[in-house]
Design a protein around this ligand. Sequence first.
Ligand SMILES: Cc1cc2nc3c(=O)[nH]c(=O)nc-3n(C[C@H](O)[C@H](O)[C@H](O)COP(=O)(O)OP(=O)(O)OC[C@H]3O[C@@H](n4cnc5c(N)ncnc54)[C@H](O)[C@@H]3O)c2cc1C
Length: 483
Amino acid sequence: MNTAYLRAENVEQAIGWLQRHPQSRLLAGGQSLLPMLRWGLGEASHLIDLQDIGQLRSIENAKNDVWIGAMVTHAEIARHPLICEILPFFAQVAAQIADAQVREVGTIGGSIAHHDPAACWPAAVLAGQAVLVTSERQIAADDFFPGLFATSLRRDEILLGIRVRHGVRGAYRKHEHPASRFAMPGVALARMPEGAIRIAVTGLGQGVMRWQAAEQALAGRFSQHALDDLDLPAHHAESDVHASAEYRCDLARVLCRRLVASLAGEDPEPLLPKRSAAPGLPPTALPAAFTPTTGLDSTFRIQGEALLAASPDVIWQAVLKSEVLQACIPGCDQIQEVAPLRYEAQVRVGLGPIAARFSSQVSLTVIKPVSASRVAHFLLQAEGDAGRLGQAQATIDIHLHPMAQGTRLTWSALPQLQGQLAQVGQRLTQISAKRLSEEFFTRLSAILGGEPLASVRRPRWSRLAHAFRRWCHRYTRKKGEPR
Ligand SMILES: Cc1cc2nc3c(=O)[nH]c(=O)nc-3n(C[C@H](O)[C@H](O)[C@H](O)COP(=O)(O)OP(=O)(O)OC[C@H]3O[C@@H](n4cnc5c(N)ncnc54)[C@H](O)[C@@H]3O)c2cc1C
């Protein structure tokens, strides 16, 4: 798609263009949007540049709060005298973002609107209970980040800036990725003017979140020791090439303790707290959460199960039919059987902000054939080529356990991505795979329950869109729908 460049002189003009061109995108610093477009991970008919809109570039001290315009860059925030004096917490966050080049052009508004799950600003504005001011309304930070790469901004709504109340104090720490400096994870802690403590964690993989258990623990006693018995459960995080979910959550816990220790004037405890060490081991022993994973398998294997109201034989006969597979596989535009148990398919898959179209080969291998009394076992191997975006492979182990009524189907898979998909999509693989397989088995259940294929397939895009809209990209968003 050819992309036209438009430079808005004011907010009204930008909104008019957004409404007139449904495939247009707002352009702030371009540090997230342009790489996505360059890599072919999204499309834009028009880029609407906001840099000439002075209203979006100001920092002001109002009666009750500080105003930071959406187009203010990270670097401007880091060095602005007013921010350094009244809101040093935000200057500290800005100074930790990326490198000098990115900080000079990347903006606070672009970062908040993009809601990368590893970005720093979402944690700061959520902890600092900022108010996000848009062209239509004011949105509390608590209501702004519904999920990964998603915000409550509407398609033709522009973030104008944020307001942070006077008297908000805070601090931010992250364990940064050595190449990009994105948080993996990062913890922002703020004390409100009336004394309440708010903690927000980013970089866990599912979008920014409040850690309310820690807030409550600190409300009674502001000391790192108030957190002694507290863990951040691993289900809040995702595993990826860089770290397991357990590791990320434990890092967030350690970062939070260190933040509290420094703010409370306490000596920080060593990185590996005694509490986590196994009983009887010396204090320097690695706690379980810091034990390196034993390789790809334990980090990336995903698994699940489904209870289906049909015998293993009926299920097996159903999945052998290409029309059933096409109806069940989300995003499958076309599938054909090219040889017994071998298929070729065209499948569109969303990985966070990426929409990739795969030409895929799928094969089924029977390890233990279906029987009424024994567990059946087969392998589904899939290889997909998404052109210049890269390739994906997965081997899915499937077991059918006969039960008195129906079948328990268990599956586990080891998805792997190569090329650009791996760089951008690997951290999203697990979430996508989980949702796609849930959708697959929901549809298979419906078909086995007698629902016609056409009706299972018909809501495919709307169901997918609904599932993805809550957590993924802005490239497919439609007018009037939340991002
Ligand atoms: C090498 C590198 C390292 C980085 N490291 C970090 C890091 O350590 N921590 C961190 O937090 N970030 C990091 N970033 C991201 C950086 O902070 C970007 O500045 C930020 O993610 C996006 O801001 P932007 O101004 O470039 O927005 P753009 O890329 O221009 O836009 C991003 C998205 O927001 C939308 N948008 C922009 N402005 C508005 C608005 N006013 N209203 C509504 N929608 C809007 C756009 O349409 C687009 O969808 C890094 C980026 C790079 C390239």
